[in-house]
Write a protein that binds this ligand. Structure first.
Ligand code: SF4
Length: 401
């Protein structure tokens, strides 16, 4: 890492570990070769190399899905034996994320952590030295070279300064209470579409004219006023794949793509979602997708954190471009609202409450944004469906309003 990279910390975000052990019960923890060698030299009753995911060794799990190193007293056995610095890197840096954007390091946070979700503890901006050490360890271990430019759309790249401006446009759209939340996210996708055409394919005059924000807003209002769009086969395949990731561990983690292909032609009437249980799709659809003020505020905070942390695209997210990553976020939002409606339905409520949204955010973060999504060509197909095919927008219009 250069001598003094500029660390950009999330203002307004607090964090001090409350020892909930939720991360130890849901993270897939990959082990670096040095960690594996160190743990293999110790005499554990757990076998550190017992589990591989995507060809890489991970900490073993017990039947409940928790890490096998978590003791009955809720303590990490590696921590007890080798100290905090002896723990796997993934555990040491959680819940922080690091995006190396040219000369700056953008620090983000994961909402799968209940303390981040509840915004408890010391302000992150006051923990700069601690976080800097984590960023350094992460960069060294992963041998990360900062990207000079950002992947924007397909193979087109933009400067990080341009990305700052795009972030600002999306943030101000997110905070505009004149639209329902799904409308604000859709407006973000429409803005990106405009930028794509103007800045990549546009003439110098068009570039100078910039984006017509009023026309974008008109399109969003029209889309919100028309009946929900019908879903095509590709839309259903994406929805099925996403819901498969929200299934209980064993099933959801092992074969989401296979399950998606099976479900693509016809989604079953009943689904099983982790920590929510069995739910009939018909009953879930009867729950209103309307969000109260508290839930909307939480989701706005969550999406603002995703934009700030730059965790929806690039190296942080399977190499997706900014445009594809935003459309993934739209489809994930539809899934999140569906999961919240499903939870309300299982509890016999006609409306979503904040607790439904909190759990849905955690599940989407744990599963859809975990490191085990199909990469490579699957990622490319997904990008194509979500952006060129408009799947993200259709799913949000269908399930989240
Ligand atoms: S290795 Fe330790 S800190 Fe990491 S998930 Fe397992 S129990 Fe938790």
């Amino acid at each position: 890492m250069s001598k003094s990279p500029r660390l950009e910390l999330p203002s307004g975000q607090n964090f001090t570990c409350q020892g909930s052990t939720r991360c130890c019960r849901m993270l897939d923890v990959p082990l670096l070769p040095a960690e594996l060698a160190r743990y293999a030299g110790e005499d554990w009753k757990e076998k550190p190399i017992a589990r591989t995911l995507g060809g890489a060794p991970h900490t073993p799990l017990v039947r409940s899905g928790a890490c096998a190193f978590l003791s009955e007293e809720g303590r990490c056995r590696i921590h007890e034996r080798l100290g905090a610095c002896g723990k796997p890197l993934t555990c040491r840096i959680f819940p922080y994320t690091f995006a190396f954007c040219g000369p700056t390091v953008r620090v983000g946070v994961r909402f799968s952590c209940p303390t981040i979700l509840a915004n408890k503890g010391e302000p992150v901006v006051r923990q700069e030295d601690l976080v800097r050490g984590m960023a350094q360890a992460y960069r060294q271990a992963k041998r990360i070279e900062p990207l000079p430019r950002a992947p924007f759309h397909l193979s087109y790249e933009l400067s990080w300064k341009d990305i700052d401006r795009i972030d600002e446009a999306l943030l101000s759209s997110l905070e505009d209470g004149a639209l329902p939340l799904s409308g604000r996210l859709i407006e973000g996708a429409e803005l990106l579409d405009e930028m794509k055409y103007v800045y990549i394919y546009g003439s110098p005059e068009e570039v100078a004219r910039g984006i017509d924000g009023a026309a974008v807003r008109r399109r969003v209002l029209e889309a919100l006023a028309t009946p929900p769009p019908r879903l095509g086969l590709a839309d259903r395949a994406v929805l099925a794949a996403f819901l498969a990731y929200l299934a209980p561990p064993g099933r959801g983690r092992s074969a989401p793509v296979r399950l998606a292909l099976r479900l693509a032609a016809r989604l079953p009437g009943r689904l099983r979602l982790d920590e929510i249980g069995r739910v009939s799709r018909r009953k879930a659809r009867k729950v209103s997708a309307e969000l109260d003020q508290e839930s909307t505020a939480l989701l706005v905070r969550y999406y603002k954190a995703r934009i700030w942390g730059r965790t929806h695209f690039g190296r942080a997210f399977h190499g997706l471009s900014y445009v594809a990553g935003w459309n993934f976020l739209l489809a994930a939002h539809a899934c999140l609202v569906f999961a919240a409606r499903a939870r309300a339905a299982t509890l016999g409520r006609p409306r979503i409450e904040i607790a439904d949204v909190e759990l849905a955010i955690q599940k989407v973060e744990e599963r859809l944004y975990s490191s085990n999504l199909p990469a490579g060509s699957w990622g490319k197909i997904l990008s194509f469906l979500l952006t060129t095919g408009g799947t993200g927008k259709r799913l949000a219009l269908r399930f989240a309003r």
